[in-house]
Design a protein around this ligand. Structure first.
Ligand code: KIV
Ligand code: ZN
Length: 506
């Protein structure tokens, strides 16, 4: 069986999604999980784009051992040098060079000629090749470019040393049959194509990213670029879990395989969702909350009699835990630890102790603690940022008569106690104003969502917010059975991220 190389770009194109930004610790945590998932290549970032991105790529390159670590670079010497500096400590480094190839981009954005693009792409691949043998080249906007010109570019960069040729559908414009023919055209017209692997990188503007990628695989592509939960620029990228499970479930059709440990899919999806703050829609294929739920009586009847009647995949195959065991207030450390292990977590002693304490507090308020509750607790208690401020106490009065009032007590940077109070248009507004009086960082709240983790009146409420300061967006997340407390935690979380990133930038 042929292998399809899975190139994950969650940490690069995925992070380009509007409103998504991850700090170095969070990127490292995702990279470790991607390695466990078994992806072949991690595109860790775009090193020249910012010192923070450079550092993140370098840290990932220093830690990841079994997976290729790739840095993105425009066809400019300084980008290529920065990409190499960031990935050179990796056991398996790759440089990914890209340059626009469609006339729309060449004329209107680059303001160059096709000949100049040919020359730049060859020269820059040669420059990268002086650093490493593993070079990927992307003619950007290939699906809207002249195919004959794409053939010429590809032939030139292979001669210069490129080993992977990535064909991007940059604006998600392609239609499967047409995209497949482009791949066949490349195989038939680029005379040295046998020296390189053909890759595809599809965006989802028309909802066709996965279909286009799979059609390309059928026509000869052997690397697919994708992201967890399909996050990415605009409508996102092809979703890794959908590509992998299509190849896996329809082995009869594709007769191909990937190196992915599918049982790690669900956990990876949850982690990326928690850290980026991008929730997964309930009907999302493979990892959505409803993906394996049967509502209709006829379907339920069939599944009870024989799961295959309405289930084309076993949920356990993608790592969705079978929740036979529900924990409660009498459950001890051992049972809790076992459940964590079944859910795929292995926490440090310090994180475990904190999470166990939070579990006990939750179990006092909630009769049954489900897997989703536990996932929420872990996300809440795992420290991926330095906590400059911590919420100590909060008290709110509100209702339809009085003026909403909040009093908050925080623990400050030097362990000191800080308290203040404020009035607001509602309880959350009052809390945020009181916090603002203590943490004096100007910002604007751009998004606020609250959702319950499970059904039931005693459910945990999860609050996700985004704030903007100096043109940068920071995500904050908080969970509690009291949604006002969860809102306060989310705001402090976002402020801590903002403060941490300013500290790194200095
Ligand atoms: O969408 C795109 O064309 C890209 C390239 C950098 C590969 O992300
Ligand atoms: Zn892209």
């Amino acid at each position: 069986m042929d292998k399809v190389i899975i190139f994950d770009t969650t940490l690069r194109d995925g992070e380009q999604a509007a409103g998504g930004s991850l700090n170095i610790q969070e990127k490292l945590e995702i990279a470790r999980q991607l390695e466990k998932l078994g992806v072949d290549v991690i595109e860790a970032g775009f090193p020249v784009s910012s010192p923070g991105d450079f550092e993140a790529v370098r840290s990932i390159a220093g830690e990841i051992k079994n997976t290729v670590v790739c840095g993105l670079a425009r066809a400019h010497p300084k980008d290529i040098d920065a990409a190499w500096d960031a990935v050179k400590i990796a056991r398996h480094p790759r440089i990914h060079v890209f340059l626009s190839a469609s006339d729309i981009h060449i004329l209107h954005q680059l303001k160059k000629s096709r000949d100049q693009v040919l020359e730049m792409s060859r020269d820059m691949v040669m420059r990268a090749r002086n650093y490493t043998d593993d070079i990927e080249f992307s003619p950007m906007d290939a699906s809207r470019a002249n195919p004959e010109f794409i053939y010429q570019v590809l032939e030139g960069v292979i001669e210069s040393g490129a080993t992977t040729l990535n064909i991007p559908d940059t604006v998600g414009y392609a239609i499967p049959g047409e995209f497949g023919r482009l791949i066949e055209g490349i195989l038939n017209n680029v005379k040295n194509i046998d020296k390189a692997v053909i890759s595809v990188h599809c965006h989802d503007d028309l909802g066709l990213a996965v279909a286009n990628s799979l059609e390309a695989v059928k026509c000869g592509a052997r690397q697919v670029e994708c992201t967890i939960n399909g996050i990415g620029e605009r409508a996102g990228n092809a979703s890794l879990e959908e590509i992998v499970m299509a190849i896996n479930t329809r082995g009869d059709f594709f007769n191909m395989m990937t190196g992915i440990d599918t049982r790690q899919i669900y956990k990876t999806s949850r982690l990326v969702s928690e850290l980026t703050g991008f929730t997964v829609q309930p009907n999302k294929a493979i990892v959505g909350a409803n993906a394996f739920r049967h509502q209709s009586g006829i379907h339920q009847d069939g599944v009870i009699k024989m799961p295959k009647t309405y289930e084309i995949m076993d949920p356990r195959k993608v790592g969705i835990p079978s929740s036979s065991l529900v924990l409660g207030k009498l459950s001890g450390r051992h049972a809790f630890n076992e459940r964590l292990a079944e859910l795929g977590y292995s926490l440090s002693e310090e994180d475990f102790n904190r999470t166990f304490q939070a579990f006990k507090e939750l179990a006092d308020k909630k009769k049954e603690v489900t897997d989703r509750d536990i996932e929420s607790l872990v996300a809440e208690e795992m420290r991926t940022i330095v906590e400059v401020y911590r919420l100590e106490r909060i008290q709110v009065t509100c209702g339809d008569r009085g003026i909403p009032t909040a009093a908050v007590k925080l623990i400050g940077p030097d362990g000191e106690t800080l308290s203040d109070a404020a009035l607001g248009t509602g309880p959350v507004d009052a809390v945020y104003k009181a916090i603002n009086r203590l943490v004096k960082v100007p910002n604007m709240l751009t998004e606020f969502t609250v959702k319950s983790v499970t059904e039931g009146i005693d459910a945990i409420g999860e609050v996700l917010i985004r704030i903007e300061s100096d043109g940068v967006t920071y995500t904050g997340r908080g969970a509690d059975t009291d949604i006002i407390v969860a809102s306060a935690k989310a705001y402090i979380n976002a402020l801590n991220r903002l403060l941490a990133s300013r500290k790194t930038a200095v």
